[in-house]
Design a protein around this ligand. Structure first.
Ligand code: NAD
Ligand code: UGA
Length: 469
């Protein structure tokens, strides 16, 4: 029986390994982590992450050929294939701070693999890493090898949160990069055979190591660039009377451009787009490619501009002051169908409004009060550095309260802002909400999910991204 071990039981490691286990009953999969609380949650009824369809997959194979454990060394030493899916955050200090990837967690995993291994291993980079990371990992492993042979593969993950299970069962492609040596090609084939249990062969792409590592950064940069492009257009729409949804529709009808990922928004969030672009920018700078670095940096600048623009629009529309006014925030997660708040645009918008002394009442169907308070007190980039989840800061933000539903959040509010496109926000009783708000009652739709006509008929003053006022 082939044995797989995955180091890192997070948003990627947990779902990815569960799907491998379900599709490959002949393979034993162990997911290990140093976080005791995460592993107990994976072994309990309340999984540590909210992802549609995940519960069913985990329940079908947990205890059969899928195991979650904190006994990292045992499972690593027994495995034939070791996936490394630890976090690779942006460095907060030292060389490359604010841009470069912090590979501390990766390096410590690699050193541990070298310490405990007693048989040959295939080590798979699942985390998103800078190009050439495999070379560094190879060196660490080879210099500590005690005669054991290692093959390093790059197998970046392309799942998106909220649709992870769907993406894993039916991926657009699986990418495997490896050394073009006989042993390297053999290792690629071993991993290919795992995916071939359910992924059609023509969707499994094999490349050299550096192409695989760079393709992951490139894919995220291209996706984020589309959002910044449409968001930049949204500003121009507001200035000219064009409607960004109509522009996106017309542009996306060109089969060379395509319709996906053209929704204007308050800005993109999530743990990866910003981090991976900064990482790409740093790699370009290190290679002396300053124009290329500047080009990609602009994607993040436009994203920051979009978030600021949204805050400024709220304050300026509300007679240039939100001081002491209650503003309801509907949605805090970085997108719908996830409880993940990493780099959510809601953090910047809330902090911007708090800077103008607004009182915030926040509701999100999947995000806890602790998490919101923690996010609003944390410094930029700090969120991904503690290895374990930290308890909420004892000094919670006084200007912020967290409500149990949208009606409670909006009661007596001067404005409501939609920051996550949760489906339930589309079907709320807006007449009831209007009746319970201060007048004039404002709606700021940061996701363009609302029927503007309907809201205006009720009496709201409505601002939607990229739409005529
Ligand atoms: P995560 O923070 O949810 O999970 C990482 C886990 O690794 C944590 O539970 C942490 O405790 C554990 N860990 C860290 N060091 C360890 C060690 N030495 N030994 C054992 N466990 C250790 O992160 P994630 O969102 O799953 O992302 C992991 C990687 O995958 C990142 O590089 C990210 O860029 C990439 N990625 C993420 C997504 C996504 O949607 N979240 C998608 C594609 C790629
Ligand atoms: C993204 C990529 O889509 C995945 O392929 C990749 O594997 C992953 O990053 C990663 O490397 O972590 P994710 O961040 O989970 O996945 O979610 P997306 O659906 O890409 O959304 C990212 C952000 O962009 C969200 O805040 C979303 O609301 C925003 N977005 C997305 C828009 O504002 N407009 C759009 O048209 C699409």
């Amino acid at each position: 029986m082939v044995k797989i071990c995955c180091i890192g039981a997070g948003y990627v490691g947990g779902p990815t390994m569960a799907v491998i286990a379900l599709n490959c009953p002949s393979i034993e999969v162990a997911v290990v982590d140093i976080s005791v609380s995460r592993i107990s949650a994976w072994n309990g009824d309340q999984l540590p992450i909210y992802e549609p369809g995940l519960d069913e997959v985990v329940k079908q194979c947990r205890g059969k050929n899928l195991f979650f454990s904190t006994d990292v060394e045992k499972h690593v030493s027994e495995a034939d294939i070791i996936f490394v899916s630890v976090n690779t955050p942006t460095k907060t200090r030292g060389l490359g701070a604010g841009k470069a990837a912090d590979l501390t967690y990766w390096e410590s995993a690699a050193r541990m693999i070298a310490d405990v291994s007693k048989s040959n291993k295939i080590v798979v980079e699942k985390s998103t890493v800078p190009v050439k990371t495999a070379e560094a990992i190879e060196r660490i492993l080879r210099h500590n090898s005690k005669g054991i042979k290692y093959q390093i593969l790059s197998n970046p993950e392309f799942l998106a949160e909220g649709t992870a299970i769907q993406n894993l069962f039916n991926p657009d492609r699986v990418l495997i990069g490896g050394r073009e040596t006989p042993d390297g090609l053999k290792a690629i084939q071993v991993l290919k055979d795992v995916y071939a249990h359910w992924v059609p062969e023509d969707r499994i792409i094999t490349t050299n190591l550096w192409s695989a590592e760079l393709s992951k950064l490139a894919a995220n940069a291209f996706l984020a660039q589309r959002i910044s492009s449409v968001n930049a257009m949204s500003a121009l729409c507001e200035a000219t009377g064009a409607d960004v949804s109509q522009v996106s529709h017309a542009v996306g009808k060109d089969s060379r451009i395509g319709p996906k990922f053209l929704n204007a928004s308050v800005g993109f969030g999530g743990s990866c787009f910003q981090k991976d672009i900064l990482n790409l920018v740093y790699v370009c700078e290190c290679n002396g490619l300053l124009e290329v670095a500047t080009y990609w940096k602009q994607v993040i600048k436009v994203n920051d501009y979009q978030k600021n623009r949204f805050v400024n629009r709220i304050v300026s529309s509300m007679f240039n002051t939100v001081s002491g006014k209650k503003i309801a925030i509907l949605g805090f997660a970085f997108k719908k169908d996830t409880g993940d708040t990493r780099e959510t645009p809601a953090i910047d918008v809330c902090k911007g409004l708090m800077g103008d002394k607004a009182r915030l009442s926040i509701y999100d169907p999947q995000v806890t009060e602790d998490q919101i308070q923690r996010d609003l007190t944390m410094n930029k980039f700090d969120w991904d550095h503690p290895i374990h989840l930290q308890p909420a800061s004892p000094t919670s933000v006084k200007q912020v309260s967290v409500a149990w539903d949208a009606y409670a959040a909006t009661k007596d509010a001067h404005a409501l802002c939609i920051l996550t496109e949760w489906d339930e926000f589309k079907t709320l009783d807006y007449q009831r909400i209007f009746d319970n708000m201060q007048k004039p009652a404002f709606v700021f739709d940061g996701r363009n999910i609302m029927n503007v006509e309907m809201l205006r008929e009720i009496g709201f003053i409505v601002y939607s991204i990229g739409k005529p006022l």
